[in-house]
Structure formats: C-alpha cells, structure tokens
Design a binder for this molecule. Structure first.
Ligand code: NAG
Ligand code: NAG
Ligand code: NAG
Ligand code: NAG
Ligand code: NAG
Ligand code: NAG
Ligand code: NAG
Length: 412
C-alpha cells in the first residue's frame, strides 16, 4: 500500500511513516488549470507540520503550511483556486474558471464595491492614506479593457467603507469623521448617491447626538426597506476620524420613514461585514475583533495589529418576519486566514467572505467549499455583469476578478 504521496519523498524514509496513522494521501491534487483540490480538508498532516500565523502585513494561507519538517505545499501555494469540497466547489467554478489580476492599486484599503447595473460601472472606495482623501473610484466595465478612474460626488462623502444598491441609489456606509475636509464637515453616517446625478444625501449621521464610530457595512431588508448596519471602532484605530469612540461596538437597524435607529446586537467585539440570505430570513455578521486596538484616546490612533486569538468569526441570526429583531445567534465560520472582512451571500445562499489573501466560499452551514487565492489582502468584493457571474475583488495592493458559476444576488 502506498502510504504517502510520491510528491513528498521525505516520507519514504522507512520507520517514520509507520509512526503516523491516517495521513491524508495525497494531500492535494490537480483538479484543473490553476485549480488544486485539497483532499479531506487535509485532515491529518504528516509531522512535523507548521503554518505561520498571519500578521497585519502578511496574511497566511493554507498553502503556507509546511509538512514533514519543511516541505512546502507548492501546488496549493500557487493555485488560483483551492477546492476543499470537490463536488460543490468544482460546481461553483464551472468548466472554465478564470482569475485575473486587473489593476495594481495602492496599499490603502479598497472597499465598498457597488455595481450599478444600469451604467455597467463598479463604484468603490479608497480610504486614506493619503490623509483626507475624498474621492471614490469607478471601474468602467463598458471599456475593453475596463478603466479605473477617480470619482467625486456632490457633495463629497468621506471614506465609504461598505455599500449596496437599493431603489435606484447607492447607499454608503460612510466611515470617516473630520471637522474640516475639502471645505466640509464629515461625520460617520449612512449616505445615498444617485448615480444619475452624482448627488449625495445624508440619511443619518448621529445616535442621539453622538457620532457613530465607523459605519462599516450595511445591507437592506428587501421586504421592509430597513437598513441593517455595523458600527465597529476602526475609524479611530486607523485615523479616519478625529474623535475617539463615543459608543460601544454594535450593530443597528435604521428605519428611513421614522428616522429611528434600533440596536440589534452589541455582543460582537468588532462587528464588520453584514449580509442577508436571499429570502432575508438569515442575517450574517462577522466579528473581526482579531484586528483591533485600544479605544482609550491616550494611545492616539493605535492602528490594528492582528491577534490570532481574537474574534474572527461569522455569526448567523434568524431575522423575525417583520424584520425588526435578530435572534438565535450562532457561530458559522472561524476564518483561518485573517479575519472575515467583506461578507456577501450569493444568489444560491452560499456565504462569501474576504479572508486575508483571498475569498472563501462557504455553504450556509459554514463548510468551506473553496478559496480564491490572491497575492494581496482582500477587503471586499462585488458581482458584476449581465448574469452577475463575475466577482471583482479589491483590497490593499490589487483589484482582480473571477469568472465562475456562482451568481450574486440581484440588487435593484
Ligand atoms: C514564517 O514567517 C517568518 C517571518 O515572516 C518567515 O521567516 C518563515 O519562513 C515563515 N515560516 C514558514 C514555515 O512559512
Ligand atoms: C523531522 O525532524 C525530526 C526531528 O529532527 C526527525 O526525528 C524526523 O525524522 C523528521 N521527519 C522527517 C519526515 O524527515
Ligand atoms: C482631516 O482632513 C484633513 C484634510 O482636510 C487631513 O489633513 C487630516 O489628516 C484629516 N484627519 C482625520 C482624522 O481624518
Ligand atoms: C457624474 O460623474 C461622472 C464621473 O465623473 C461623470 O462622467 C458624469 O458626467 C457625472 N454626471 C453628472 C450628471 O454630472
Ligand atoms: C418603519 O416605520 C414605519 C412608520 O412608523 C412603519 O410603518 C414600519 O413598519 C417600520 N418598519 C419596520 C420594519 O418596523
Ligand atoms: C488577544 O486576544 C485575546 C482574546 O481576546 C486576549 O486575551 C489577548 O489579551 C489579546 N492579546 C493582545 C496582545 O491584545
Ligand atoms: C500580484 O500579481 C500580479 C501579477 O499576477 C503582479 O502584477 C502584482 O504586482 C502582484 N501584486 C502584489 C501585491 O504582490
């Protein structure tokens, strides 16, 4: 019986092999051009194996794992797609999956992608640095190849960190606060952009007079029109607001008719991505507390070092039929790479999340089906195109795209 794959000749040393049982064999195999399948989730790795912890500057991926005292999983490291569930993962990829690195961008955070189907344009944001950077970016998909340009709304909106499209408008989670920037005062809030006129409107900018901390991401309940949003504390940590947090980390619901803001959860250390299942019955919120800093202003803007034992979990909640309450919180997925940053649900209910150097696709139970691997840290992503089968990813140092069979939810 062949106990270990011949691609790991170190194991052929007699005696060592016998010391271990159940070793996954082979650990990986080629499943297509730039597609590598990981067998049985690599459930038993040959000793001595090791995977580096992520750091704020470099997120580790499964392909960074070494086995047998240093043998690298080169094929896993280099593949664009790493498939863990062969049947459903390959179904997501379809017969001709493609990954392409399209735009080199700065190391600044790139966020809030929103596809405006009527224009066939993808709006996104670039957060500071440079300090006080006010414009957003637009990818024009009508051009071949697509073009990337700056966009300034009227009036400008500082630091959108999340966004969606609803009722003809982009809704931004504006995460920045600044007493004087580009001739305006900016406070954290929900803002809309009409892509036909470039005009923006503020929906809400305070909680009974207090500044929100960092409205980070949002999603609209299609049945009620209410907006659910997360409010972690990143803007203070990352110098995107001039005021230290006045509120705990929390998630809220906003009723546009009354203007009222309701607390829906205050149990997460840094609530970040927020997304709804296609029927609006399950709300997912990620806790990215593994990247955070002290809120006490005596430390200034502390940045966000990565802490491997902090929270990096996606939670699911049941949404009440009137959309007002979320209950039955349960953990769904612990992000192994970095933290589950961007979070969206595909048209078939699969959960997609940014996770350091790539994007993970999970079933609703939280089983990892596949990972799209990137060479930069991904913050967020959005589906584009007539069938919503292209996924654009963006983050610190890159914008790339995936062509596959996984469709996004239609936003209108
Ligand atoms: C872990 O990271 C350190 C520092 O970045 C690096 O020197 C080392 O080679 C890495 N080890 C593995 C096994 O990847
Ligand atoms: C790994 O290193 C240990 C300690 O030096 C040694 O006992 C073992 O034989 C090595 N394993 C392999 C697969 O080379
Ligand atoms: C506020 O904006 C100014 C530019 O007008 C910039 O120099 C400063 O760094 C910004 N401060 C914060 C905390 O964003
Ligand atoms: C909105 O901004 C875009 C990009 O700068 C520009 O091409 C377009 O003409 C503007 N639309 C209006 C109505 O001003
Ligand atoms: C929002 O407020 C309006 C006006 O009171 C109300 O009719 C509507 O039901 C509220 N939405 C939800 C989801 O409760
Ligand atoms: C990392 O997170 C753990 C769990 O929240 C906490 O106990 C620990 O103090 C944190 N470490 C640092 C350096 O912040
Ligand atoms: C990622 O890879 C592309 C080529 O595929 C390269 O142009 C780019 O510089 C790389 N980016 C980073 C951040 O390593």
């Amino acid at each position: 019986m062949r106990i270990l794959s011949s691609s790991y000749p170190l194991f052929l040393v007699a005696g060592l092999v016998r010391a271990q049982t159940g070793v996954t064999d082979p650990i990986t195999e080629k499943c297509g051009p730039s597609v590598v399948c990981v067998n049985k989730y690599a459930n038993v790795l040959p000793y001595h194996f090791f995977r580096n912890l992520s750091t704020s500057s470099v997120a580790s991926t499964f392909g960074d794992t070494t086995v047998a005292n240093g043998t690298q999983l080169k094929d896993a490291q280099n593949a664009d797609f790493l498939v863990f569930d062969k049947e459903r993962g390959l179904e997501v990829l379809g017969s001709n999956p493609k990954y392409e690195y399209v735009f080199a961008v700065s190391k600044a955070v790139h966020e809030a992608p929103v596809y405006v189907a009527s224009q066939n344009k993808l709006y996104l944001s670039q957060l500071a640095p440079p300090p006080g950077y006010l414009p957003q970016l637009i990818i024009d998909l009508n051009q071949d190849p697509p073009t990337l340009s700056e966009f300034l709304s009227d009036p400008p909106v500082y630091a959108p960190n999340g966004g969606t499209f609803y009722d003809g408008k982009i809704i931004w989670a504006a995460s920045g606060g600044n007493r004087s920037i580009g001739g305006t005062e900016q406070r954290v809030g929900l803002r809309t952009l009409d892509p036909n006129t470039n005009k923006t409107t503020t929906l809400v900018n305070n909680y009974f007079g207090y500044y929100f901390n960092t409205i980070d991401d949002l999603v609209v309940n299609k049945k009620t029109g209410d907006i659910y949003f997360t409010d972690p504390q990143y803007s203070w940590f990352n110098s995107l607001t001039d005021t230290p947090p006045q509120l705990p980390s929390a998630s809220y619901r906003y009723n546009r008719t009354t203007g009222a803001v309701f607390l829906i959860d205050d149990t997460l250390s840094q609530p970040n991505g927020i997304a709804l299942s296609p029927d609006d019955s399950i709300l997912y919120i990620s806790d990215t507390g593994a990247v955070s800093g002290p809120v006490d202003p005596k430390y200034g803007h502390p940045g966000t070092p990565f802490n491997a034992t902090g929270h990096r979990t996606i939670y699911a909640y049941d949404v009440s039929s009137d959309g007002t309450k979320i209950t039955n919180k349960r953990p769904v997925y612990l992000a192994p790479g970095y933290v589950p940053d961007g979070l969206k649900v595909a048209a078939n209910g699969y959960i997609v999340t940014g996770n350091g150097r790539g994007v993970d696709v999970l079933d609703p139970a939280g089983q990892l089906l596949l990972t799209v691997q990137t060479n930069y840290t991904v913050q967020n992503f959005a589906w584009t195109g007539p069938e919503l089968k292209t996924l654009w990813l963006m983050g610190q140092g890159g914008i790339s795209k995936v062509e596959w069979e996984l469709k996004g939810q239609e936003l209108k």
